[in-house]
Design a protein around this ligand. Structure first.
Ligand SMILES: Cc1cc2nc3c(=O)[nH]c(=O)nc-3n(C[C@H](O)[C@H](O)[C@H](O)COP(=O)(O)OP(=O)(O)OC[C@H]3O[C@@H](n4cnc5c(N)ncnc54)[C@H](O)[C@@H]3O)c2cc1C
Length: 404
């Protein structure tokens, strides 16, 4: 067990912050998490966790807790969004788990947060602590919170999400980039999806200017994200705007009946603009570093935002433990060098995925469809993301490892 003679503060009790606490504990290091909300409440609906992330939870003994509330997804289907024709239907080599060595779980965010926070222990999670400022004296960092209180730490990790205050403290203002897409999200119970073919699969329904992605989560509910391509720039400051009832049908009302049934099954009240952050050359300043969306917020078209936060947590914990107390600079340099290229490659792949899914009818869309029909091609395109093990591997060039 490594001595508790270093004090680590994590800002943000989201997926990344909580996973970091577990990964460090596995290495004998305890942290304090400071979370702005008064109770742990996840924004958004659900999340799909792929093998590059789930192998960590399996390894630390949380498999049974996840199995209780997750849906284990094994088939990926691409369809034409308008006529429902199957473009490609793929499982792994007999199963996803066999192909990639760990599960693909659809999970409600509230369930995920409950499992992680219970495993961390509420005594390490300080709620209603909204960070206002940091003061780095060179030998320690003081965290100042909105409620007037403060805390001291040897090292601070900003896991405070896509609009990170720690990132702003570190870099000054840097704008988020509107990706040209916005959309609608929801969770639909199985009894409202009687038109849905292959309800156990994760499915992309694609077409010109938009797509619907959905997957099963616990109890057979489906989490969906309907993505629509809109003109850039995004016209308002808010990332989430009010939506009128039925707005989601304006563009997709003539798509396949199963699509229409799913996207109109839940009341529509919000439109989510999809933003990302430009990749950074460095994301450490002195004794402060970033993790997850704070470092590399990305659009969700590869379903990798949460998964990359989990990878970050596993790599950062190992680097801190391996370098030991007092060698923060080397540990953080090593962490960044392992994460910069891979997260950048996933960010770019996530953006271009939407471009491919939204092609207008014509030769380019025909070529895309021919490629999506081939199992080897699809597995090859997923493999560099899903087969990666952050605990044991340095990313290869294909996995994003050579981008310095
Ligand atoms: C609408 C939507 C849908 C998404 N869908 C998917 C998906 O299907 N699959 C996927 O992999 N990813 C998805 N993502 C992305 C995914 O949610 C994020 O990548 C992931 O949550 C990042 O984890 P994180 O821990 O870095 O940040 P977050 O989960 O955002 O956690 C940040 C935490 O920091 C806290 N915080 C913020 N500021 C402060 C402060 N000043 N002081 C103290 N605490 C603070 C917040 O309250 C929050 O708890 C989606 C994102 C959104 C917005």
């Amino acid at each position: 067990m490594i001595k508790a003679d270093w004090k680590i503060a994590v800002v943000g009790g989201g997926i990344g912050g909580l996973t970091l606490a577990l990964a460090l504990r596995q290495r004998g290091i305890e942290v304090d998490i400071y979370e702005q909300t008064g109770e742990l409440r996840e924004v958004g609906a659900a999340v799909a966790l792929s093998a590059n992330a789930t192998r960590f939870y399996d390894r630390i003994g949380l498999r049974a807790q996840f199995d209780e509330v997750c849906f284990s997804i094994s088939t990926l289907i691409y369809r034409d969004g308008r006529d429902g024709r199957v473009i490609g239907k793929h499982s792994g080599d007999s199963s996803y788990e066999r192909q990639f060595g760990a599960c693909y779980w659809g999970i409600h965010r509230a369930d995920l947060q409950a499992i992680l926070s219970k495993a961390v222990g509420m005594e390490r999670i300080h709620l209603s602590k909204r960070l206002r400022d940091l003061k780095d004296s060179g030998s320690e960092v003081v965290l100042e919170f909105e409620d007037g209180s403060s805390a001291r730490a040897d090292l601070v990790i900003g896991a405070d999400g896509a609009r990170s205050l720690v990132r702003r403290w570190m870099l000054g203002y840097d704008d988020a980039l509107y990706s040209g897409c916005s959309g609608f999200r929801g969770i639909v119970p199985p009894e409202m999806l009687d038109l849905l073919p292959d309800p156990d699969a994760i499915q992309f329904w694609v077409g010109p200017g938009g797509h619907l992605l959905h997957y099963p989560i616990g109890k057979g509910d489906h989490n969906f994200l309907l993505v629509e391509r809109n003109p850039s720039p995004w016209p308002v400051r808010e990332w989430v705007t009010a939506a009128e009832q039925g707005e989601q049908l304006r563009r997709f009302g003539d798509w396949h009946p199963a699509v229409v049934q799913m996207i109109s099954a839940v009341p529509t009240s919000q439109r989510w603009a999809l933003f990302h952050r430009p990749p950074l050359g460095r994301w450490t300043r002195g004794r402060v570093t970033l993790l997850g969306d704070a470092a590399h917020a990305l659009v969700p078209h590869h379903g990798q935002g949460a998964n990359q936060s989990i990878e970050d947590a596993v790599v950062l914990a190992a680097s801190l433990a391996d370098h030991g107390p007092g060698r923060f600079a080397e540990a953080l340099e090593h962490y960044e060098s392992l994460r910069r290229g891979r997260t950048r490659k996933v960010q770019f792949a996530s953006i271009s995925t939407a471009d491919v899914l939204h092609l207008p009818d014509g030769p380019a869309a025909d070529t895309r469809n021919a490629r999506l029909a081939q199992r080897d091609e699809v597995m090859h395109n997923l493999g560099w993301i899903h087969d990666f093990d952050p605990a044991t591997q340095v990313p290869s060039e294909r996995q994003g490892g050579t981008w310095l």
